[in-house]
Design a protein around this ligand. Structure first.
Ligand SMILES: C[S@@+](CC[C@H](N)C(=O)[O-])C[C@H]1O[C@@H](n2cnc3c(N)ncnc32)[C@H](O)[C@@H]1O
Length: 537
């Protein structure tokens, strides 16, 4: 066995698993399974299968997920840089499938960094509805924002907040909420030896406290009849069935929806928490455990919590003696009220200026506002204060009109010199630490609009008036991704709507957008951003 497992962990698993323990331990002799998930925002699965550079084998629980052979390096292919797939551990693809996302829904991914599941949610929404994706770690939200951008997501708001503060801004707002909870990580020991080493510091007791709080707050953000999927990558019963038992006791208006077992998922084990819990909550058998000796993936736990609809019960304490809901806890359908006030999701454009990326409380200075001035975006806002937001918008509008063939949804929001298309009106984010209020379109540089890299990668070739295609099998594609200037003849330019062969040009790899270049007189100046460049070859 390659992995050094903590003794206390092994002892507990032996007690819990009994006869199955030997098979469980044997799984640690096997290499972890590698997977990719096709990004259907950019390419349909069938098309990807036809052009896949890797041998693909379907992952039973995720129609867009595939096992790839051991030793494959999926990060070292131009398709990775064009956002055609996300490299993801196979078991980690299961929770989002169980959210049952429909078009136009509002979805919250509460513990989202680095964004594997957020990109999966975005692919389910296909640009409709809203994705609010959040992580409490400022550092980890950098990777989250980058992944949302690399995968061409247009309708995501990225936050760096505590669940409580999001709940204040979005009571009963979301149709679906994913809680991919911080956990003791026992299910990842085979894949990530550091998790085994850090096990003592990420103690089960500490994780339980965080999980309890996150679940409680999440319930207050769910709309009537909405669904929460709670997942962990640990085996500890306290963080799994125990946590869900506690939640059900405090929230009588939620059911557990049984997770289908066909894919080889095992049942929940409430008896591992206690015999009393098992007797009181037989529905916990319908939660799922993914075992490394039973499925081709790492250890996971999933619970699907469905709100029954109708009036909300936020906790057992909200019930009167007769079992009716206390009047103060009978919620109006808050999101509908917001929508009818024109403050929620809508498609017509509304323009508003932001005051720096952390928003404002609406009550003058607050600590969060002060923090925002230290942020990168905050500084840029101050720097560009000389130009009015209306000037900034004028150059943006001109670019959209002259260079793009795209229908822009949502709200145009200006933060300093940066322009975004947001699925939410910006005042909905007041007071919150906002990493991205929406799709980052570009920057105003003294009256000139400079389109952003995230704008390019989310465009289809037909949405730009100029494009150039590079072949993934030609060294040119890698040279572009490394930041080199290319020599490209005018005959290779695709020009639409009478466009002249000069200026911003969408660079595609095998027909999938990868970034901008600026073409003039046979030369394609590279606009691929420094921080994104392919540096590994
Ligand atoms: C299991 S990881 C999430 C992985 C992610 N869902 C993905 O698929 O890429 C758990 C995340 O929860 C975040 N986290 C921890 N406590 C949190 C809290 N109270 N609120 C929000 N996020 C939290 C951690 O920073 C960590 O990034």
């Amino acid at each position: 066995m390659g992995v050094q497992l903590p003794t206390a962990f092994v002892t507990r698993m032996e007690q819990l698993l009994g006869d199955e323990f030997e098979a469980f331990m044997a799984a640690y002799d096997h290499t972890p399974h590698a997977g990719i998930r096709v990004n259907t925002l950019k390419i349909p699965v069938e098309d990807f299968k036809e052009r896949s550079p890797f041998e693909l084998r379907p992952i039973p629980w995720c129609p867009t997920g595939f096992y790839i052979p051991h030793g494959t390096k999926p990060g070292l292919h131009p398709y990775y840089h064009a956002g055609l797939y996300y490299v993801q551990e196979p078991s980690a693809m299961s929770p989002v499938e169980l959210l049952n996302i429909a078009q136009d829904e509002a979805v919250l991914d509460l513990c989202a960094a680095p964004g594997g599941k957020s990109t999966q949610i975005a692919a389910k929404l296909q640009g409709s509805g809203i994705l609010v994706t959040n992580d409490i770690s400022a550092d980890r939200t950098k990777a989250l924002a980058k992944n949302v951008e690399l995968y061409g997501v247009r309708n995501a708001v990225v936050l760096n907040e505590s669940p409580d503060r999001i709940a204040d801004a979005f009571p009963h707002f979301f149709d679906k909420i994913l809680i991919d909870a911080p956990c003791s990580g026992e299910g990842m020991f085979r894949k990530d030896e550091d998790m085994a080493k850090q096990w003592e510091t990420h103690s089960v007791e500490k994780c339980v406290v965080m999980q309890r709080d996150i679940l409680r707050v999440a319930a207050s953000m769910l709309s009537d009849g909405g669904r929460i999927v709670y997942s962990t990558c640990t085996f500890a019963p306290e963080e799994n069935e125990g946590m869900i038992a506690e939640f059900l006791e405090a929230h009588a208006d939620f059911n557990v929806i049984p997770v289908p077992s066909e894919a080889g998922f095992g049942p929940g084990h409430p008896e591992w928490v206690s015999e009393e819990i098992a007797a009181a909550h037989p529905e916990l058998l319908g939660t799922a455990r993914l075992w490394p000796h039973l499925v081709e993936g790492e250890g996971h736990f999933i619970a699907v919590l469905q709100h029954q609809g109708g009036a909300r019960v936020d906790s057992a304490a909200d019930l009167t003696e007769s079992g009716d809901l206390a009047p103060s806890k009978q919620h109006l359908p808050v999101r509908e009220a917001l929508l009818s006030n024109g403050q929620g999701r809508r498609t017509e454009e509304s323009v508003r200026t932001g005051k720096g990326m952390s928003g404002k409380s609406g009550k003058g200075k607050n600590t969060r506002g002060i923090d925002s001035n230290k942020s990168r975006i905050g500084k840029e806002h101050v720097k560009s204060a000389a130009r009015s937001p209306h000037d900034v918008l004028a150059s943006y509008r001109q670019f959209v009109q002259e260079q793009l063939e795209v229908s822009l949804e949502g709200h145009t929001v200006v933060y300093g010199d940066r322009i975004y298309q947001s699925p939410l009106a910006s005042h909905r984010l007041d007071g919150l630490k906002v990493v991205r209020p929406g799709w980052f379109m570009g920057t105003d540089k003294n009256g000139r609009f400079v389109p952003s890299h995230p704008l390019a990668v989310a465009l289809r070739p037909s949405e730009a008036i100029r494009s150039i295609n590079l072949s993934s099998s030609d060294a040119e594609a890698i040279r572009y991704l490394k930041g080199e200037t290319l020599s490209v003849s005018v005959e290779r330019m695709e020009l639409r709507h009478g466009a002249q062969p000069k200026g911003y040009t969408l660079v595609c790899i095998d027909g999938y957008s990868a970034g901008w270049g600026k073409w003039q007189d046979g030369m394609l100046k590279n606009e691929y951003p420094t921080g994104w460049r392919w540096t590994s070859v």
